[in-house]
Write a protein that binds this ligand. Structure first.
Ligand code: NAD
Ligand code: IPM
Ligand code: MN
Length: 358
């Protein structure tokens, strides 16, 4: 458990772009309500990093930000990065991918948990069928930004994007998945790769997985190629408990998993380095089409704040935030994506009120 500020906790808040700026204030409101009901001190510091700032003065991630977060903060809560006015996505690369990489947040934990059977698009599936966790490698793979474009804009141009897999990086994420299963009393880990086509990078995943399998004999370790994995997630999601995969495949599989569990509006995630300052954010993006309409679902952000509470050792707050979301779902206090009529802020108010009296 991190402890940089005695009993109180310091949280860096980065709302970002689009609906990030709408859902994060609601998550903060609910979090504050949970903390004050339990007489906990929460110190929140807002950072205006995102597309507006980038377009205004060119600033993305300040050079001293990683060190500042490590030194002065317990955790970071982020909304989303992405804006149609920045087609290069430069600010998202610097801020979002930059923090994942510079804080070495090598685990992207994305639970896919169906809270209410009414929410899944799958026929005849219920809460017991969809309760798995995607463990996405978060610092390597095709996301490292190695490569280049040669003869850009000509008929002969060549674009190269390297897929980087290190023994250290692959081993630590696979080990995390096995340890996570054990710590949650689970016994199945499925590793997914594309080693039938990627004969170097994913051969490394195969070999390290085989080594660890021998170490974790109590865990049933299976393997699926990524194309088969996504098919199996739809065909029978109940077979999965922990899915571990590389950065790119984890990005895609976790959006699919989110939809199986009710949609992106509900999906939470943590960018984690165990024991270190970590960053929590909804799985969804800035949804430019929804932005400004007051319809964005804030529950993914609230559940991300719950994951953050768990990381900083505020177990009661983590639990009450999740209980509040479950209660709102069962009472249909929801935004239009889940079939309701409430605005983002109305859902936030309902949740904040619920946690203040629970
Ligand atoms: P998106 O997640 O923003 O939206 C995908 C779909 O889900 C859209 O139909 C959207 O309306 C819906 N949706 C998303 N969040 C919702 C919510 N809270 N409530 C209700 N509906 C919701 O993905 P996209 O459209 O591919 O990307 C938009 C921008 O966001 C892009 O710039 C992209 O790069 C960025 N992005 C950022 C992150 C992040 O910051 N972690 C994640 C994904 C996408
Ligand atoms: C996510 C997003 C990001 C990713 C984008 C915005 C770079 O899709 O957090 O899932 O691919 O990691
Ligand atoms: Mn994504």
């Amino acid at each position: 458990m991190r402890q940089v500020s005695g009993g109180s906790k310091r949280i860096g808040v980065i709302p970002g772009d689009g609906i990030g700026k709408e859902v994060v204030p609601e998550a903060v409101k609910v979090l504050k309500s949970a903390a004050s009901a339990r007489k906990r001190e929460l110190i929140l510091t807002n950072f205006d990093w995102g597309a507006d700032r980038y377009l205004r003065d060119g600033m993305t991630l300040p050079a001293d930000a990683p060190e500042m977060f490590r030194r002065d903060f317990d955790a970071i809560l982020l909304g989303a990065m992405g804006d149609p006015r920045v087609p290069s996505n430069q600010h998202a690369a610097d801020i979002l991918l930059g923090l994942r990489s510079k804080l070495d947040l090598y685990v992207n934990l994305r639970p896919c948990l169906l809270f209410d059977a009414r929410l899944t698009p799958l026929k005849d599936r219920g809460e017991r069928d969809i309760r798995f966790i995607v463990v996405r490698e978060n610092t390597e793979g095709i996301y490292v930004g190695m490569g280049g474009i040669f003869k850009k804009g000509t008929a002969d141009e060549i674009a190269v994007q390297e897929d980087v897999n290190t023994r250290k990086g692959v081993e630590r994420i696979l080990r995390f998945a096995f340890d996570l299963a054990r710590s949650k009393g689970l016994n199945r880990v499925c590793m997914s790769d594309k080693s039938n086509a990627l004969q170097y990078g994913h051969d490394l995943w195969q070999r390290i997985f085989a080594e660890l399998k021998a170490e974790y004999e109590d865990i049933e370790a299976s393997h699926l190629y990524i194309d088969n994995l996504v098919l199996q997630m739809v065909r029978d999601p109940s077979q999965f408990q922990v899915i571990v995969t590389c950065n790119l495949f984890g990005d895609i599989a976790s959006d699919l998993g989110a939809q199986l569990a009710g949609g992106l509006g509900l999906a939470a995630s943590g960018n984690i380095h165990p024991g270190e300052v970590s960053m929590f954010e909804p799985v969804h993006g800035s949804a430019p089409g929804l932005s400004g309409k007051k319809v964005a679902n804030p529950m993914g952000a609230v559940l991300s704040a719950a994951m953050m509470c768990e990381h900083i050792g505020w177990m009661d707050e983590a639990k009450v935030l999740e209980t509040a979301v479950r209660a709102a779902l069962s009472e249909s206090k929801v935004t239009p994506d889940l079939g309701g009529k409430l605005h983002t802020e109305e859902v936030g108010n309902w949740l904040a009120e619920f946690v203040s009296r629970t």
